[in-house]
Design a protein. Structure first.
Length: 411
């Protein structure tokens, strides 16, 4: 019975913060936290008939089919969001899982969300299933007129980003990232599994799937081009059979490598996961390899935290706290300060000036840090205290304590 004002989908830092703000996942586009569209599309074909489950239909510019597989529920837990869709033939669960384990800094810092599709036959029959997913280049731009390009840098990996790559080139409140690269990795579930991927114009990919379950067999090579020029997408589709009473699962790994995360008084700080020289492909490969282990870890973490929250103040409190968990950690970024050989944790203030390390925003977040990992509170305060104590190359000489350090991501 809980209807969040925004349901977290891909949420792991202030720049990768995509939510569903509608009653159903298929009512509207997923959006950046402050409203700009970050289009994700999902559809399922059951025995040759297509149904939408994510994104609007043709009249809204989405996948050209009006029929939906009815959304039955949505559940937000501390690290995972579950959607349940159902018709007379199958039940589809779509799960967005982000490894936000506060005590595991490696996991906490990795810019990864797993999207899992579980299909169950619920009418006593076998069904031929095809699943479609795409994400537009909007995910890697702050303005849809920006030029984008794409490539396949490794097996099963699709990469997309802007051509300009002005790293840490902007700061503001409702500003999406336009440097770094979006990645999708998807591998066959078995030697007989059929999985297809393509870079294509959105209309070509979506209409082909609706028509006969196919997506283009060759990548679109018209690059670079604007993100709104035929709306290029990373498209993925699967084809398989689900047996009577059985469940079949497929998943993809989404990642976003921002390369450099924060400018601290002129020193660029990379994300924590890069501290030992790991690159995006290595991070993505490890995340995909460890999928089963991480899903088990996240499910265990969510269960234990929800039990503690329910014991403290009941199930409604646990539900609200789960959303607060996602909102808080989604507003933070763990980086590596190589000069001091230490991680730092930065927070973005939203719906105001977009400030970074705002004291009166850290304050209401502090109980969550103290409860889940007090070290994070320390790593948040040290950059502020260093500035206040004149341990930086810019002297602090005001008569009051610092209120913030700048506008995210520039201190």
């Amino acid at each position: 019975g809980f209807r969040p004002p925004a349901v977290p989908l891909i949420v792991f830092d202030p720049f990768m913060s995509i939510w569903s703000m509608s009653d159903h996942l298929y009512d509207d586009w997923p959006k950046f936290w402050c409203g700009p569209i970050k289009a994700l599309v999902g559809a399922i074909r059951v025995d040759g008939k297509t149904y939408r489950f994510m994104g609007p239909g043709a009249s809204g510019g989405g996948i050209p089919v009006d029929d939906v597989i009815t959304q039955k529920s949505v559940r937000v837990e501390p690290t995972q969001t579950y959607y349940i869709f159902q018709n007379d033939q199958v039940t589809l669960q779509v799960r967005f899982s982000t490894p936000t384990i506060p005590t595991d800094l490696d996991l906490l810092s990795q810019p990864v969300t797993y999207i899992t599709f579980d299909v169950t036959s619920n009418d006593g029959r076998d069904h031929e299933i095809e699943i479609y997913y795409d994400q537009t280049a909007e995910i890697a731009v702050s303005n849809v007129n920006e030029q984008v390009t794409w490539e396949r840098p490794a097996e099963g990996v699709l990469k997309m980003g802007t051509t300009a790559q002005k790293i840490l080139g902007k700061a503001g409140d409702c500003d999406a990232i336009n440097w770094g690269y979006a990645y999708v990795k998807v591998l066959p579930a078995s030697s007989s599994d059929q999985v297809f991927t393509a870079f294509a114009g959105s209309n070509l990919a979506r209409t082909g799937f609706v028509r006969d379950g196919t997506i283009p067999s060759k990548d679109d090579t018209r690059v670079p081009r604007a993100a709104n020029d035929d709306w290029p997408v990373i498209a993925v589709s699967w084809k398989f059979t689900v047996k009577s009473g059985a469940t079949e699962s497929r998943y993809l790994t989404f990642a976003y490598d921002d390369i450099e995360s924060v400018d601290f008084l002129g020193t660029r700080l990379p994300p924590y996961w890069r501290r030992n020289g790991q690159d995006a492909i290595g991070m993505l490969n490890n995340a995909t390899r460890d999928y089963q282990q991480r899903i088990q870890q996240l499910t265990k973490y969510d269960t234990e935290l929800l039990n503690d929250l329910s014991a403290a103040a009941g199930p409604k409190y646990a539900t609200i706290a789960s959303l607060s968990f996602r909102q808080t950690f989604g507003g933070c970024k763990l980086v590596w300060n190589a000069q001091l050989n230490t991680p730092w944790y930065f927070m973005k203030e939203i719906s105001s000036d977009g400030d970074i390390q705002t004291v009166d925003v850290i304050f209401p977040a502090s109980p969550l840090f103290f409860y889940t990992n007090p070290l994070l509170m320390e790593l948040t305060m040290i950059p502020l205290l260093a500035y206040a104590n004149n341990e930086t190359n810019i002297p602090y000489n005001l008569s009051w304590a610092p209120h913030h350090l700048g506008t995210y991501p520039i201190c």
